[in-house]
Design a protein around this ligand. Structure first.
Ligand SMILES: *[C@@H]1O[C@H](CO)[C@@H](O)[C@H](O)[C@H]1NC(C)=O
Ligand SMILES: *[C@@H]1O[C@H](CO)[C@@H](O)[C@H](O)[C@H]1NC(C)=O
Ligand SMILES: *[C@@H]1O[C@H](CO)[C@@H](O)[C@H](O)[C@H]1NC(C)=O
Ligand SMILES: *[C@@H]1O[C@H](CO)[C@@H](O)[C@H](O)[C@H]1NC(C)=O
Ligand SMILES: *[C@@H]1O[C@H](CO)[C@@H](O)[C@H](O)[C@H]1NC(C)=O
Ligand SMILES: *[C@@H]1O[C@H](CO)[C@@H](O)[C@H](O)[C@H]1NC(C)=O
Length: 384
């Protein structure tokens, strides 16, 4: 989920100081697929201590891994590249002997808490500093700030036990960089980057400190990150392999289940792709799309955007790709609901925010590298 969007930044043009989130209205429940934790093969030539990987699992469009927080082991936390802080649901936190109460409270408001883009939720509670470690890896921080939700007590704010954020400082509600950034600051990872590889069978892997080149076809297509806005970039919008809109501003978010876009952009896409659109006016107004399940349209995003690729070529950039590659949303991921042959599009128009919010339905079937060192994001289709 997206947390905070600050006034003043590039992202904030015309926005009220708002906290954005998405769709964690699913009921909290235990899943039957346990997260299975593995280390990368020793054959990897980099220092085994500076890299790690962990298995993740998908539960109703959210991705989870097991963490130790304080004295609590095997806590199942939502992996959220759209927000920055660590939060635990009410009653989950067990302090370790080194726990420190910071005698401060946090308050954070998530908007778009329902899958259709409506709903807001404010959570608050005390802040602590304690151990936060990714189970099965050497990625352990002895004193990470974390928020424990005390209000509301129910329903639980997040599915399972809580959430760990991987975005930049601008998305923090407590003016703190992420657990991941702290790993980098403490030299626990070789390179300050992480990769997400979400498969379509509800399993995935997250890579820390390196890129697993074996996992994807070809090279990563590399796009610039919006300055000070991890993990936002620019995209082209494409139908059937052809770009219909260039250089759209977008935010990626593993903690958003679907994809939102500005209503006018989404309308153009639906019209071009022959997707039936239905506008529901309100605050926010929502544009929903329907298409024939037996004949799904091919919709995708160009990365880097045409403008960014052109500039990279002109300046002979060693970092950003010189040509844009269109990555299609897998047909199975373009469907958010189905009634007979009537499929509801997982791309939804909203006037809630002026950018594309690209959630996990786009990530599925792709490798998405988040490179803090170079301030880039890299994309490729997963191998096999
Ligand atoms: C993750 O935690 C859950 C329960 O908290 C547990 O059932 C599961 O076995 C754990 N997975 C691993 C790989 O330890
Ligand atoms: C934090 O919130 C609790 C409950 O509302 C309140 O009792 C406490 O005084 C607050 N602490 C601080 C430091 O503001
Ligand atoms: C955030 O923290 C930094 C130090 O880490 C401090 O310089 C800055 O003033 C803080 N900003 C706010 C808004 O509290
Ligand atoms: C990427 O494109 C955006 C919008 O077209 C532009 O504002 C930004 O400066 C570009 N960044 C780079 C590194 O090319
Ligand atoms: C999905 O479709 C079914 C059947 O038409 C409907 O009952 C349900 O409310 C829909 N779910 C969502 C999330 O829209
Ligand atoms: C698909 O279902 C939606 C919601 O019930 C409806 O508004 C729309 O007209 C249907 N489209 C088709 C082609 O049946």
């Amino acid at each position: 989920m997206l947390s905070q969007v600050l006034l003043g930044g590039v992202l904030a043009a015309g926005l009220p100081r708002a906290v954005l989130g998405a769709s964690f209205s699913v009921p909290a429940q235990r899943v039957t697929v346990p997260g299975h934790v593995t280390l990368p093969p020793v054959a990897n030539c980099k220092s085994p201590s500076g890299i790690a990987s962990t298995r993740e699992f998908d539960d109703q469009g959210f991705w989870f891994a097991n963490f130790t927080v304080g004295a609590g082991e095997n806590l199942i936390l939502l992996i959220d590249s759209g927000s920055t802080d660590v939060y635990l649901n009410p009653g989950i936190y067990t302090p370790s002997s080194t726990s420190q109460n910071l005698n401060e409270n946090f308050t954070i408001t998530f908007e778009t808490t329902n899958p259709d883009g409506s709903g807001t939720e404010t959570i608050s509670g005390p802040l602590y500093e304690d151990i936060v470690a990714l189970d099965g890896t050497s990625l352990t921080l002895p004193a990470q700030i974390l928020g424990t939700v005390t209000d509301p007590v129910s329903p639980p704010s997040f599915p399972h036990d809580g959430l760990v954020g991987f975005a930049g400082l601008s998305q923090s509600a407590i003016n703190s960089t992420s657990w991941f950034q702290h790993l980098c600051d403490h030299g626990l990872v070789d390179e300050c980057r992480f990769g997400l590889a979400f498969e379509t069978d509800d399993t995935g892997v997250q890579y820390f400190g390196y890129v697993d080149e074996e996992r994807f076809y070809g090279d990563l297509s590399v796009a610039p990150v919006v300055p000070n806005e991890e993990w936002a970039s620019w995209i082209d919008i494409a139908y059937d392999g052809k770009v219909i809109e260039e250089n759209a501003w977008m935010v990626t978010d593993s903690g958003t289940t679907i994809i939102f876009g500005p209503i006018d952009s989404v309308q153009k896409l639906f019209d071009t792709a022959g997707i039936q659109s239905v506008l529901t006016e309100g605050s926010p107004s929502i544009l929903t799309g329907y298409f024939s399940c037996s004949n799904p349209p091919t919709v995708g995003f160009g990365l880097p955007s045409t403008g960014n690729a052109t500039e990279a070529k002109a300046t002979n950039s060693k970092v950003i790709s010189h040509k844009s590659t269109i990555f299609n949303i897998l047909p199975s991921q373009l469907v958010s609901n189905q009634t007979g042959d009537n499929c509801t599009s997982s791309i939804v128009g909203t006037d809630e925010f002026p950018f594309w919010l690209v959630g996990q339905v786009f990530f599925q079937g792709k490798y998405v590298d988040h490179n803090h060192d170079a301030e880039t994001m890299g994309f490729a289709y997963l191998a096999n």
